[in-house]
Design a protein around this ligand. Structure first.
Ligand SMILES: [Ca+2]
Ligand SMILES: [Ca+2]
Length: 513
């Protein structure tokens, strides 16, 4: 269904002028979805809300609960009977902003989107950034075009893809988005003094008052998008919060929430400034101890400010849920909260992302819904899921097919929503990094090697291992059951030779998928 047909269809539904053809199509659609996928579709196509945070360290997820002593989100969730599924083993297949977001939008590994970096690696290259995404015509087939084509009103708010401001024409609205409020000029990291493309019109948001804070502007835009969507049209809302990415500026009301918070350290996090790195790649061995106090202080400050800044995201989540409830949508909404990649505040001596270690590739992922057919009981799962699985999960719930010509690397995890005890949809996942940002991005160290790795999970005969191959031949193997902090590389243990051979073969297979 193209966009104009979809519109006509929804106008017909909204106006109560249902033709026999539309009615039969509708029932066939509902029955097919409920029967074939067991998704328990109620009340027509579901509403989908995806909140993407930026560089959220896995240990920072707890701060999304709200400011200390603020139980509003918890109380709201209880009062409304919202169920949650927490994914303990969710991964960003390429732990870097733009490649990960491209993978989310297209359900493809970065080696298949071709978006490897945040910016093109050279003039005219298309391997990074919003420019690469646009010039490769990747925006022609995304979660937005698929859902919009099926009648959804689609809205993107906040961060789209890195370097969006360089795409011509300025403020360009990609296909499939009915409503576009994308961050254009970041100003102070998108926290203050930014501009947005508002359906193609660039609008400045100077810092005149506290109300001009980025997350609060996103919150207002999100409420407006939900409230302005016709009652009988399903919505897909994607909000890219810049929080808690550097410069991690909290809202003024949250600046002093946790004045003494520092990044996790031993014994809670023994990977912090890992003392023995003789098992690690030479690029890590080159990061010698002790680290300068200024570096330690900077990372603690970033962790503290970012964690405090999350309180404004909590405010947004509360208001988004309230608006979905007030507009009668909440019973049939799936809300996903995730991050594009993790962040390492000095785990394994590293700052930032791009590494194969948990702090970088592991991302928070939480699903919330009132729909008991989707999530019956609260719970957490250790089954593997990945950013590439988000779009297949959403399209399955929506009863929308991804076009046949579109290569899909993701696997729907609807079954894990329904029951945390379901068989794992995937028993391994590929993670890959294509080297340092060619033009530099200020993330130290600047000499990140390229690497590819495989993580195995429950359901795999060799469960809970991480195996990594660097392009220079260096290899790593971690037993995630006995060594979840990845402190002891056991790739050279002779007992592991058969396992390494198996994981190598599967890694090559995934890299060529
Ligand atoms: Ca990011
Ligand atoms: Ca070690």
């Amino acid at each position: 269904m193209d966009r104009s047909n979809a519109r006509r269809w929804w106008v017909a539904v909204a106006g109560g002028v249902l033709t026999a053809a539309v009615v039969s199509t509708w029932f066939a659609f509902s029955a097919r979805s409920a029967h074939a996928q067991g998704s328990g579709l109620v009340g027509g196509p579901p509403d989908i809300v995806v909140l993407v945070l930026d560089d959220l360290a896995p240990t920072q997820l707890r701060f999304l609960k709200g400011a200390p002593g603020d139980n509003r989100l918890r109380d709201q969730i209880r009062r409304l009977g919202i169920k949650r599924r927490v994914f303990k083993a969710a991964y960003s297949t390429t732990p870097l902003c733009c490649p990960s977001r491209a993978s989310i939008l297209r359900a493809q590994f970065a080696h298949n989107t071709g978006i490897h970096f945040n910016n093109p690696s050279s003039v005219g290259a298309t391997d990074g950034g919003a420019i690469g995404f646009t010039q490769r015509s990747l925006d022609q087939s995304t979660i937005a075009t698929w859902l919009n084509g099926a009648g959804y009103r689609t809205g993107l708010l906040g961060k789209y893809l890195n370097g969006y401001e360089a795409v011509n024409p300025p403020g360009f609205v990609p296909p499939g988005w009915s409503h576009w409020r994308s961050l254009y000029d970041l100003g102070q990291g998108g926290y203050w003094n930014f501009s947005l493309s508002e359906n193609g019109v660039i609008t400045s948001y100077p810092h005149n008052s506290d109300a001009d804070y980025g997350t609060d502007v996103d919150r207002a835009k999100a409420i407006q998008f939900i409230a302005s969507t016709p009652a009988n049209q399903p919505l897909f809302m994607y909000v890219g919060f810049v929080t808690p990415h550097t410069p991690a500026i909290p809202a003024p009301r949250h600046a002093a929430l946790r004045p003494t918070l520092v990044a996790p350290r031993p014994p809670g996090d023994p990977a912090y400034l890992e003392d023995d790195v003789t098992d690690k790649h030479p690029f890590i061995q080159a990061i010698t101890l002790p680290r300068p106090q200024a570096e330690i202080d900077e990372e603690d400050q970033l962790y503290r400010d970012g964690s405090n800044a999350l309180a404004s995201v909590t405010d947004s989540i509360i208001d988004i849920i309230s608006t979905l409830d007030a507009t009668g949508r909440l019973d049939n909404t799936l809300l996903l909260i995730l991050s594009d990649n993790g962040y390492s505040p000095l785990e394994h001596r590293l700052r930032g992302k791009r590494s194969p270690f948990a702090a970088s590739v592991k991302t928070p992922l939480v699903a919330l819904t009132k729909n008991g057919a989707w999530i019956g009981t609260n719970g957490a799962t250790q089954s593997l899921v990945a950013n590439v699985d988000i779009a297949p999960t959403i399209t399955q719930l929506a009863g929308v097919s991804i076009p046949g010509g579109h290569h899909v690397d993701g696997i729907s995890f609807v079954s894990l929503l329904q029951s945390a005890a379901s068989p794992p949809p995937r028993n391994d996942v590929l993670v890959e990094n294509f080297g340092p940002e060619p033009l530099g991005d200020g993330d130290p160290p600047s000499n990140y090697p390229a690497w590819s790795g495989i993580i195995t999970g429950p359901g795999n005969v060799n469960a809970n291992w991480k195996y990594v191959e660097y392009n220079d031949g260096f290899r790593e193997l971690y037993d995630l059951t006995t060594d979840p902090f990845e402190l002891i590389n056991v790739v050279d243990d002779p007992d592991n030779l058969p396992l390494v051979a198996t994981l190598h073969d599967r890694l090559i297979q995934l890299m060529n998928q």
